[in-house]
Design a protein around this ligand. Structure first.
Ligand code: SAH
Length: 393
């Protein structure tokens, strides 16, 4: 059978799977999770090629899939990333697979974004079914929802049929069934980050905005990140580095990775190929020395990530670490100084004070977010330099 015809889809319908029974559906689900760390298209190609090679060996699809998901995490990564299947797989299969992965990496290095990547990033024109929209009521309350044909958006001031929103232009004022006005826009990344489901504490937009600038993210940058958490900071980094950049995230909790991947995909409409996620303790990560331009840490114990991040950064690279409490900041800065590998260490916090402007009442708002976190920024030195910053002495 030709590759095209056998091509597997990653969207099995509810209760069914490409390989049949309920038991197989469980295996399939696990694979989908692994797939979440790669681009959908690449994993479809991977599974198609992998199962094709397995069938040539006389293995059923189920046996092959079981073997694959039964691998320990590091083995699975090695198999997917480098093409080295463990010895428990027949040799012919190992050879076929490593040849395939070699071709695959060549394609992954092609930095040209696909048309669908660009379409998702540059949405303009009439609102379409399946898109996220932000609805704002007269009191300035925000509601984030996805446009589903035939459904209603319902809130405490009535409802609006989604069919009445689909096809509208952004900036349209709609009326709810109870006569209340709602403005409709496409959400900004900031809107999405504040509304998306989260596990861990996310980096707030006010902080990630500064982190992106102080950390000098640029299109094409190679960035190391830990932990991934719910993916909020990762989305800001991905946007700033663009499709030609590369983000490698280390996260210790598999369930957080699942949520983060879902959050990222829900926002972008696809899983970015230039985002590599490792379910691993950052302290144990194997990273090529000097192979990253920037390192972003958001860890309960920043010193867990500092040795690897420091090894990973090239001279002139920038480390950005965010922590909610003073002892974490103190430990981070002490570690950076003691390492003798950083200069220009800055510590800051970001206070955003909203204002009320109505008639003669022009004043700061009564309430503001008083504290989220402190940000530490430092620049990696060339090894062997002797430098003591005397700013704080
Ligand atoms: N920046 C994230 C939130 C990170 S919360 C966001 O914006 O959504 C901190 C994360 O670090 C948690 O998800 C936690 O599981 C992870 N973590 C803690 N210790 C770790 C370690 N040693 N290696 C990798 N990840 C770790």
């Amino acid at each position: 059978m030709k590759d095209q015809e056998r091509r597997l889809t990653l969207e099995p319908t509810e209760g069914s799977s490409p390989v049949g029974t309920a038991d197989e559906a469980v295996v399939w689900k696990e694979l989908l999770y692994e797939a979440g760390r790669r681009s959908r298209v690449e994993v479809e190609i991977f599974l198609t090629a992998f199962l094709g090679a397995c069938q040539a060996q006389g293995w059923s699809d189920l046996t092959a899939l079981r073997r694959l998901v039964g691998l320990e995490d590091p083995d699975l990564y090695r198999a997917i990333l480098t093409g080295n299947l463990p010895e428990s797989f027949p040799e012919a299969l190992r050879t076929a697979w490593s040849a395939f992965v070699r071709r695959w990496s060549a394609r992954r290095d092609d930095p040209t974004p696909s048309a669908s990547d660009l379409a998702a990033l540059q949405r303009t024109g009439p609102l379409q079914a399946g898109e996220w929209v932000l609805l704002i009521d007269a009191k300035g309350r925000h509601y984030l929802t996805r446009l589903e044909p035939g459904q209603n958006f319902t809130f405490h001031l009535g409802s609006v049929p989604m069919d009445a929103i689909i096809g509208q232009t952004e900036g349209t004022a709609l009326r709810s069934s109870k006569g209340h006005v709602l403005l409709v826009f496409r959400p900004t990344l900031r809107d999405y980050l504040l509304h998306m489901p989260r596990h861990a504490q996310v980096v707030y937009p006010k902080d990630s905005a500064i982190m992106a600038m102080w950390g000098d993210l640029y299109p094409g940058a190679r960035v190391l990140e830990s932990g991934l958490g719910s993916g909020a900071l990762a989305m800001v980094i991905l946007r700033a580095i663009g499709p030609t950049g590369r983000l490698v995230s280390y996260e210790i909790r598999a369930d957080f990775i699942r949520r983060a991947v879902r959050n990222i995909e829900r926002w972008l409409g696809y899983i970015p190929e230039n985002h590599e996620i490792h379910n691993e303790d950052i302290a144990r990560a194997q990273v090529e020395p000097g192979s990253f331009d920037r390192a972003f840490l958001d860890l309960p114990t920043p010193t867990d990530g500092l040795p690897v991040a420091t090894g990973a950064l090239r001279p002139g690279g920038i480390l950005v670490s965010i922590s909610p409490t003073v002892p974490q900041v103190q430990e981070t800065v002490e570690w950076l100084r003691a390492s003798n590998l950083y200069g220009s260490i800055e510590v800051l916090e970001v206070l955003v004070r909203p204002w009320n402007v109505k008639g003669h009442s022009v004043r700061p708002a009564h309430f503001m977010v008083a504290h989220t976190a402190f940000i530490v920024v430092a620049r990696r030195l060339r090894p062997g330099q002797s430098f003591v910053d005397d700013v704080y002495i």
